[in-house]
Design a protein around this ligand. Sequence first.
Ligand SMILES: NC(=O)c1ccc[n+]([C@@H]2O[C@H](COP(=O)([O-])OP(=O)(O)OC[C@H]3O[C@@H](n4cnc5c(N)ncnc54)[C@H](OP(=O)(O)O)[C@@H]3O)[C@@H](O)[C@H]2O)c1
Length: 246
Amino acid sequence: MSSTSRWALVTGGSRGIGRAVALELARTGWDVAIVHLRNVDAAADTVRAVHALGRQCVAYQANVAKPDECADVVQRMATECGPLTGLVHAAGLGALSPTLATRPARWQIAWESHVGGLLALASAAQPTFVDGASVVAFSSLGAWRVMPGYASIGAAKGALESAVRYLAAELAPRVTVNAIRGGPVDTDSLRSFAFFDDVDAESRRRPPGRLGRPDDIAPVAAYLLGPGARWITGQVITADGGFSLH
Ligand SMILES: NC(=O)c1ccc[n+]([C@@H]2O[C@H](COP(=O)([O-])OP(=O)(O)OC[C@H]3O[C@@H](n4cnc5c(N)ncnc54)[C@H](OP(=O)(O)O)[C@@H]3O)[C@@H](O)[C@H]2O)c1
């Protein structure tokens, strides 16, 4: 691989927001490694789409809830691609249940994938980050708004936003770390939630006028990874088309 490449690692890059981020980065001159869990066909499709944009792309299958798999992916990427200029944590999973009916294992998987994944990836990547590298993690409005059954994911997202601030302080001035607090975006995950129809209707009533699309939010991540955002760190940027304004 070329030593002049600017490489980003994007978790969740096979589908939804992560895939849109991978394509937006490719459009803006990045080479991309994606991480996904099990959907091999979707990952291969992202790789093809990035190649079609004239950029390099590799896919790694790994569970971001497992620190050793995160470390392994970062190590393989450093060996096969080169140093890391960007890290985007957009792997998402979770299921809904009322707060007090949520089993310990579900709180744990939410924590391990959303927060643990970010920490394990950042920790493994720290020695391979170039100076001026950037980390972006996806949070959601559910970090501070109540969404029915969303407690385990919402609490993990709240912790993720806090972890972003601590990481930003500790990695400064070499690496910036920010979070994007996304409003509803039409993806497989959102469609799997029981409140999908309600949130779809709410999005039409509220300022966005429609549900978000992955390509509405992906450019925010690309911006935060770019040189224009070098003075932004430790921040949570809400990107919801105005959904949360009232
Ligand atoms: N959609 C929304 O409304 C919305 C709003 C705000 C924030 N977000 C956040 O944005 C991020 C992306 O969500 P999305 O809606 O785009 O999800 P999505 O379309 O369902 O895609 C999920 C992606 O994450 C991967 N993934 C899931 N669990 C993983 C694991 N344990 N290890 C590695 N990869 C894993 C999947 O891989 P496979 O394809 O292999 O399964 C897939 O690439 C999440 O953090 C989510 O919380 C979403």
